[in-house]
Write a protein that binds this ligand. Structure first.
Ligand code: FAD
Ligand code: NAI
Length: 487
């Protein structure tokens, strides 16, 4: 059986499904192939993000924060609640319902946009022996979940196959005691003790979830710098806050071995004091993710692969083979859902003959812990290293009326602007609602705003966003609600 498409998209995560919708909107005949099966072997759209990533983790972060607040914070507000107890099954069921709802939403969007969804594993058939590859129609074989195989063809292919957790050979995942992020989103009881390898985004978010629900959590990080990708003022403040919450984060530690037993895991690790051994009920391995780039081509391919197994692409996500694009976690740049979606939109527009670019300089990052950590643009350490002169403005949430009213006074906003032009180069936030506030910074920076532009803008009172305004005022020494010497 052969079918003809304008575009075949392999992978229906936030890169692939968004590309598919945009291609269809632009009038391209579109097929999207995805091999995802849920725990009941039911095909599901949405990829890592919807099924085992962004969405379920944020559902559990919200539920666990509510549980933590009702246990610890409500009395401060004069609300005495007795008999708070945890119903983990209900919490997990709610998370699953959210995931289900959103994946079904994509299914209906596919139907509404007349996108053909093929449920199975795709491999690209090499056409390297055909001259004039520019016009070559490409073939994709699909091993369908119903055991049939079909071949589809199209002028363009978008690879959006995502990524998978990096495995450590000394701590192999057994999905019993040693788990990756997917396993850690589905524990059926709260582990009394939880070890986590890697103090990156997953380690911090999932460590927070289980800490709030009652686990004693210890995180082991190989690097000596905490959150090295974030601005170090913010990273240091966050480390202090996590420490106050009881999250035990050990830097400069090297995992030597992990042994899974009947109901526990014993790890051996090394730090500056020597070798140690410790036992946990569960161990999460969260040491990064690697692109799903292997086994996608039937035979050897001429496609150029970068270090780290990423598909080599240019700024327009074109691979070294004409008509084959790669997006999302399979290519350079941060592994973030919104980055993949923007690349999907760009490639769809390019295939349809339009112009579109992704501004790789302004990709916002968020860590959804409490306090939240969010940033966009350059860090102070990066500017220093590049020899660029800058000014800084900061404002603490402790001085914000709204933050005091809601009892969320932890953290600050930091704005870095160019010393000569005052153009904003980076915004770094730690605090409640940082994930929402960072969008203001992205918009301002997209429009080339200076810190003075923000200082001259009116912000509603009382809001967390006023801290962004005050940080902008503070760049020139004019913050109102903190004592500041004029610069
Ligand atoms: P994916 O979402 O991984 O989708 C790839 C799809 O391709 C999958 O459905 C897979 O089944 C399919 N596929 C692979 N190979 C084939 C094949 N040969 N044939 C057919 N189908 C195939 N990012 C954020 O921006 N914000 C967050 O809050 C956030 N939280 C996260 C939390 C966790 C626990 C994890 C693990 C990740 C999180 N991420 C977050 C990262 C985010 O999930 C990824 O960056 C994003 O999903 C990547 O999108 P993608 O479309 O490139 O790939
Ligand atoms: P990560 O790259 O964020 O962090 C991995 C950490 O593990 C690093 O700090 C690294 O130094 C450390 N590490 C590596 N090997 C180690 C070892 N042997 N022993 C101890 N520490 C070791 O990767 P993570 O947390 O697995 O997340 C993967 C990706 O998923 C992230 O990079 C991010 O792109 C995405 N993600 C995004 C989220 C968000 O946007 N809020 C949430 C969760 C994941």
């Amino acid at each position: 059986m052969k079918q003809e498409y304008d575009v075949i998209i392999i992978g229906a995560g936030p890169g692939g499904y968004v590309a598919a919708i945009r291609c269809a909107q632009l009038g391209l005949k579109t097929a999207c192939i995805d091999k995802w099966l849920d725990q009941n072997n039911k095909p599901r759209l949405g990829g890592t993000c919807l099924n085992v990533g962004c969405i379920p983790s944020k559902a559990l972060l919200e539920s666990s924060e509510l549980y933590h607040q009702s246990e610890c914070d409500l009395t401060l507000h004069g609300i005495d609640v007795k008999g708070i107890s945890l119903n983990l099954k209900q919490m997990m069921d709610r998370k699953e319902a959210v995931v289900n709802n959103l994946t079904l939403g994509i299914e209906s969007l596919f139907k509404a946009n007349k996108i053909d969804w093929f449920q199975g594993c795709a491999t690209i058939v090499n056409n390297s022996d055909i001259p004039n590859k520019q016009t070559t129609i490409k073939n994709v074989n699909v091993a369908l979940h119903n055991n049939k195989t079909i071949t589809l063809n199209a002028a363009n292919i978008i690879i959006a196959t995502g990524s998978s957790p990096v495995n450590l050979s000394i701590a192999p995942i057994d999905n019993k005691n040693i788990v990756d992020s997917s396993g850690a989103l589905a524990f059926d009881k709260v582990p009394k003790t939880l070890g986590i390898i890697g103090a990156g985004v997953i380690g911090l978010e999932l460590g927070s979830v289980w800490k709030r629900l009652g686990s004693k959590v210890k995180i082991f990080e190989a690097q000596d710098t905490f959150l090295s990708i974030a601005d170090q003022l913010i990273a240091k403040e966050s480390l202090k806050q996590f420490f106050n919450q009881g999250l035990d984060i050990c830097l400069s530690t090297r995992l030597l071995a992990a042994q899974s037993k009947k109901n526990s895991v014993t790890i051996k690790y090394q730090d500056s004091d020597g070798e140690h051994s410790e036992t946990f009920e569960k161990l999460i391995v969260a040491v990064g993710r690697r692109p799903n780039s292997e086994g996608l081509f039937e035979d050897e391919t001429e496609l150029v692969i970068d270090e780290g197994c990423f598909f080599h692409v240019n700024d327009h996500c074109e691979t070294s083979l004409p008509g084959i694009y790669a997006i999302g976690d399979t290519v350079r740049g941060p592994m973030l859902a919104h980055k993949g979606s923007e690349e999907g939109l760009m490639v769809a527009e390019l295939i349809a003959g339009h112009h579109r670019e992704v501004n790789y300089k302004l990709i916002p990052s968020v860590v959804y812990t409490y306090p939240e950590i969010a940033w966009v643009g350059k860090t102070e350490q990066a500017l220093k290293a590049a020899g660029i002169d800058y000014n800084i403005g900061t404002f603490p949430f402790a001085a914000s009326g709204r933050a005091q009213a809601v009892n969320k006074t932890t953290g600050m906003v930091k704005i870095i602007s160019h010393a000569k032009t005052d153009r904003i180069l980076g915004v770094h936030i730690i605090g409640a609602q940082a994930s929402e506030m960072i969008a203001q910074a992205v918009i301002a920076m997209e429009l080339g705003a200076s810190s003075e532009d923000i200082a001259l803008t009116m912000f509603a009172h009382p809001t967390f966003s006023e801290a962004f305004h005050e940080a902008a005022l503070s760049v020139s020494g004019n913050a109102l609600h903190i004592a500041q010497r004029k610069k």
